[in-house]
Design a protein around this ligand. Structure first.
Ligand code: HEM
Length: 168
């Protein structure tokens, strides 16, 4: 239960915070979502690519492995930087720019990969889409409180501001 609560709650609320921060910083994108809520599912994927709440995840190597000419020995513990992979220019051109019209917007690795791919991904996606649909519908004047200093959680895997002040 503890695993599910952390995996299901912490990740999604943090991802929503990252999304609100970026959409309100890019005001024209926020206005677009208010006027065209059908773009919200794409927007949710792009915010997950651009600033994932789970920025790094772990793997234990069960046999000697070669990746791109690099030898990774059996028994190594790896920390995979998902946020770095999400900025791979060969997959996402101009990867430092938020662009909800990317054709391959769902190709990010923010839910992991393979047999341990996040089991809660459909629920998380649904929660985030509903939240942004309601926020844009009910609070289109939402804005960031100016001149706030953001501080980030001290954690190797989870990344989001500890608080985000908004007004409407
Ligand atoms: C935006 C929200 C979420 C993010 C960014 C996220 C991210 C991740 C990542 C990166 C993994 C590791 C995948 C891998 O090793 O390849 C994972 C696994 C997992 N997630 Fe999520 N997650 C989210 C929401 C949820 C929700 C809502 C639930 C459950 C209600 C959940 C339950 C789990 C569980 C149980 C695992 C372990 C799966 C396994 O090892 O087979 N997650 N998640």
């Amino acid at each position: 239960m503890i695993t599910l609560l952390v995996a299901g709650h912490e990740t999604t609320t943090a991802q929503i915070t990252n999304g609100i921060l970026h959409w309100l910083t890019q005001r024209e994108e926020w206005e677009r979502l208010c006027q065209h809520p059908d773009a919200i599912p794409q927007a949710v994927e792009e915010m997950m690519r651009y600033d994932p709440s789970v920025c790094a995840w772990r793997r234990y190597v069960v046999e000697d492995t070669q990746i791109n000419g690099v030898t990774i020995p059996k028994s190594a513990n790896l920390l995979l930087m998902l946020n770095s992979a999400n900025r791979d220019e060969t997959i996402f051109p101009e990867s430092d720019t938020i662009d909800i019209d990317r054709d391959n917007v769902k190709d990010h690795l923010s839910f992991g990969y393979g047999i341990h791919y996040c089991v809660g991904a459909p629920l998380a996606r649904l929660e985030m889409v509903i939240l942004f649909e309601e926020l844009t519908r009910r609070l289109p004047t939402l804005r960031l409180v100016p001149e706030q200093t953001l501080s980030y959680t001290r954690n190797i895997s989870f990344r989001s501001p500890t608080s985000l002040h908004v007004a409407w």
